[in-house]
Design a protein around this ligand. Structure first.
Ligand SMILES: [Zn+2]
Length: 357
């Protein structure tokens, strides 16, 4: 009897564990079946969930094939998908873009969140990158400079440009300390500045606004609106990158510069959110292509705004990594990693290849 008394609770325990495991499995299955809405913020990327369901064509090798890079400005919008928890807050995947000049100079603008490095490092390796000549911190948020220490420890960096915002986060302060300790030139950029990437690619800066103090932290209530905005120009070809600026900064730029600020290829501001990418901006830019870097399509209206205005529209959550190359003649050769499964903002091509005249 004594023996039975001891066994009884053990058996009960085992039965309870089995029941709990079954319940958990069922919950997982029902979540996978129903999928997630674009506004949900699950840790797993929606693209990876989809990948399990259908055989997805993957043109990774084409996107990162560098055999045709010589003589062209080639821009690669890297794919990152992993969100990261930092100080109790969820940091979404973020921006990471590599510009390669016709002679092979490398400029990287932003480097995603701290978890993003493991995702984009294989992409840098596939390109054969050994050093980064110029690194631009668009602004000090963790979804833009979160992987900086890992990046800088693996790849020597020639020069770092920043927007002057002395942000009080460990991410920014540690990145800055690393740059200064390693005697990497740390140069503030603001409206009116310009520099070259290699011999023939001109980069002009439009934000943060001229006339502000060198330290923009006092002038910008929100770090996003002080992001570095740049036109990257090679001959007749032009690319726009402006971190997370809001409609407020967009409108100032359109009013100040008018048509002169037009770019053929626009990286959507603030990951394609509706805080940005306003009607005036999209109409003023008249882009031939627009790229949103985010874990989901941040805002359908923004996606449609670009596509209705005639821009081929891409999102790395649907199209994967994206390569856009140009000879400087205003024509563009585009390759996406995946064939997107939704087409409300434009039908995908069967091989992920597009040409823009
Ligand atoms: Zn951001």
């Amino acid at each position: 009897m004594k023996k039975q008394n001891r066994l009884y609770p053990v058996l009960l325990g085992i039965l309870l564990m089995l029941a709990l495991t079954l319940a958990a499995c069922q919950k997982q299955v029902s979540e996978e079946t129903t999928g997630s809405t674009p506004t949900e913020t699950t840790e797993a990327p929606s693209q990876t969930q989809e990948a399990g369901k259908t055989e997805k064509k993957d043109f990774f090798d084409k996107v990162f094939d560098t055999s045709e890079d010589a003589g062209r400005l080639t821009v690669r919008y890297l794919y990152t998908s992993t969100a990261f928890m930092m100080n109790g807050e969820r940091v979404q995947c973020g921006d990471a873009v590599v510009y390669k000049s016709p002679e092979g100079k490398i400029m990287m603008v932003d480097c995603g969140n701290p978890a993003g490095f493991d995702e984009f490092d294989p992409q840098l390796q596939a390109m054969g990158i050994e050093k980064i000549d110029i690194f631009v911190m668009s602004h000090p948020h963790a979804d833009h400079i979160g992987s900086f220490l890992k990046l800088a420890e693996k790849y020597p960096i020639g020069t770092v440009y920043y927007n002057g915002h002395e942000y009080a986060s460990n991410t920014y302060q540690n990145a800055k300390a690393y740059v200064l300790e390693h005697n990497i030139p740390f140069i503030l950029l603001k409206e009116g500045d310009s520099f070259k990437l290699g011999e023939s690619v001109e980069v002009t800066v439009y934000n943060p606004e001229k006339g502000q103090t060198d330290d923009v932290s006092a002038s910008y209530a929100d770090a996003n609106n002080g992001s570095i905005a740049m036109r990257v120009v090679y001959g007749d070809s032009s690319f726009w990158t402006a971190g997370d600026i809001y409609a407020l900064a967009e409108e100032r730029l359109i009013e100040t510069y008018g048509d002169a600020i037009h770019c053929d290829i626009v990286k959507m501001n603030h990951h394609g959110n509706s805080t940005s990418n306003g009607k005036k901006f999209v109409e003023g830019m008249k882009p031939k292509a627009a790229i949103g870097l985010y874990e989901v399509i941040a805002d359908k209206t923004v996606a449609l705004r670009y596509s209705v205005k005639g821009a081929l529209t891409f999102y790395n959550c649907q199209d994967g990594a994206i390569r856009i190359a140009t000879n400087g003649d205003g024509k563009y050769d585009i390759q996406t990693q995946w064939i997107r499964e939704i087409d409300y903002y434009g039908k995908p091509s069967a091989d992920g290849h597009y040409t823009l005249e």
